[in-house]
Design a protein around this ligand. Structure first.
Ligand code: ZN
Length: 427
């Protein structure tokens, strides 16, 4: 479906020929995705499906073209806003998966849907054709018919009926829980646990087994298909990690392979910015071969795999993430005392949450606390008196110290506020 490369600056989605489809900075697409509302999709897909097909009769329904097109486009529009991976092709895949699921669960177990019958319904679902991922000699419906037959053969393993847009749903569930359980430094229940402990807790409570991710194997390395072809079997599974981990030998092998690739025509075919990224990393890491000096390219078949690997990446690099106190979106906090993200403000792109947030928070605090407000007003009046020579600096310092002492008393007992206001007014 796609390939993905992780560089020092974030994720790059690649086309089959190595050209860049999309670049993600600082996990922003992932962070945006988990806060978006996709719930309508889970209702729209069954609705669309029922407009197109009568699954009990195993036949297409008479065409109500406008209504179908409208539903289809509504789904597309929601998906465009969710994540760059949610392309029209991904939407087709979701519809196909739902179709197969309906076939498996609506038709009595032993019965197989015949190919002509499958074909008619397939075309009702995709009246404008189905985009193929790769160039196949067979027509798209034949390829997917074989997928259906394979599912049918294994139907006893498929216990429950899947939700519409199941991959999307699963990706959302997993990513939002993972961020909160493992990576969010503000998540209260896990404050005193290490990253490893949190990862174990997550694994335990979510039954997320290591081999779950085996499908997102490292497929090839920087377009050098024949050089590194790893399968899930050649990757060792560390029991302490929810993710697949690569054996030390594999890492060394990849590092060596990288040195070959840079003098190879496969490297020349890469886009200039990836080359730049790669070279700078090689330069930085010269003389100390370690895991970070290569960029594995993962073959990604689903949004779930993509986000899973991103979570793995964040854990490996021990990133601290938290929600911004101003915009409430997740961001990578370089230090634990950073509380605001550096996204530009919608109404003023020259400023960011970080440049404006702390000041606003002080203003809010003052507004919410009348005693604090009175103190600030009086402070400004008294401070101005230094300039006009009415009080000296030491006198002012003594006054403000006393004012703060009294403020603390008012904060403990709000009934003292009128008395405090009177005191502040004294010259
Ligand atoms: Zn923010």
């Amino acid at each position: 479906m796609g390939h993905v490369l992780y560089t020092n600056h974030g994720l790059v989605l690649l086309d089959n020929d190595g050209s860049v489809l999309h670049r993600e900075q600082a996990y922003d697409d992932l962070f945006a995705f988990i806060d978006k509302d996709e719930s309508e999709l889970y209702i729209l897909l069954p609705e669309y499906f029922n407009q197109c097909i009568d699954i009990k009769k195993r036949a297409p329904k008479p065409r109500q073209k406008d209504a179908r097109t409208k539903l289809y486009l509504t789904m597309s529009n929601i998906m465009i806003g969710l994540h760059p991976f949610c392309t029209p092709y991904y939407q087709q895949q979701a519809i196909l998966a739902y179709y197969h699921d309906q076939l498996l669960h609506t038709i009595p177990n032993e019965e197989v849907c015949s190919e002509p019958c499958y074909h008619d319904m397939f075309h009702a679902l995709f009246p404008n054709g189905y985009d193929e991922d790769d160039d196949e000699s067979e027509s798209p419906h034949q390829v997917s018919y074989h997928q259906y037959l394979a599912l049918h053969r294994n139907r006893f393993k498929i216990a429950t009926q899947n939700k519409p847009f199941y991959d999307l749903y699963q990706a959302k569930q997993f990513t939002s829980s993972y961020l909160y359980w493992v990576l969010d430094i503000q998540a209260k229940p896990f404050k005193d646990n290490t990253l490893q402990q949190r990862s174990n807790i997550f694994q335990h409570c979510h039954h997320m087994k290591a081999n779950r991710i085996a499908s997102a194997s490292i497929d090839y390395y920087l377009g050098h298909e024949e050089q590194v072809q790893l399968s899930a079997d050649s990757i060792s599974i560390d029991n302490n990690s929810p993710f697949m981990t690569k054996a030390a030998d594999t890492q060394r092998y990849l590092a060596e392979a990288l040195q070959t690739v840079v003098s190879d025509s496969a490297y020349d075919a890469l886009s200039p910015d990836i080359k730049k990224d790669l070279l700078s990393t090689i330069r930085k890491s010269t003389g100390r071969p370690q895991a970070d000096i290569y960029f594995p390219v993962y073959r990604i078949d689903s949004l779930f795999d993509l986000l899973f690997i991103e979570c793995q990446r964040m854990t490996e690099t021990k990133l601290s993430i938290r929600r911004c106190l101003k915009c409430n979106r997740y961001f990578v906090a370089e230090k634990s005392n950073i509380k605001y993200c550096d996204r530009p403000l919608d109404d003023n792109p020259a400023e960011t949450c970080r440049t404006t947030g702390p000041k606003e928070s002080i203003i809010r605090k003052i507004r919410n606390n009348p005693a604090q407000y009175e103190y600030h007003k009086a402070y400004r009046t008294h401070y101005a008196r230094i300039r006009t020579g009415k009080v000296t600096q030491p006198e002012f310092t003594a006054w403000s110290k006393e004012a703060r002492r009294r403020l603390a008393l008012v904060n403990e007992n709000p009934l003292l506020l009128p008395e405090y206001k009177e005191w502040l007014k004294k010259p």
